[in-house]
Design a protein around this ligand. Structure first.
Ligand code: FMN
Length: 68
């Protein structure tokens, strides 16, 4: 199985969590900015992290989620 950890982080909180999850994954894994995710279906498991801005995900995150 391969795993994806993707995040968006403005001030670093989400990034710390994403990196902690990434460190604990014991199989094949990638970590990348969420806007660079092209095909979530290519991974056995995906962890997506982003901050709440104005009661919801940032516009960039909404675009990624809408594509999948
Ligand atoms: C411009 C802005 C808007 C925010 N709006 C919300 C919000 O509507 N609701 C909420 O619970 N937190 C809100 N927050 C708090 C962030 O979601 C929270 O601090 C988050 O941990 C930031 O993650 P980051 O450090 O990875 O950027 C907002 C933060 C910023 C900077």
């Amino acid at each position: 199985m391969n795993a994806l950890v993707a995040d968006m982080s403005s001030t670093g909180n989400v990034q710390k969590v994403a990196e902690a999850i990434y460190r604990e994954i014991a199989y094949r894994k990638e970590i990348r900015p969420i806007e660079e995710v092209h095909d979530i279906g290519a991974y056995g498991v995906s962890f997506l992290g982003f901050p709440t801005h104005q009661q919801g995900p940032d516009k960039k995150v909404k675009e990624v989620l809408a594509r999948h």
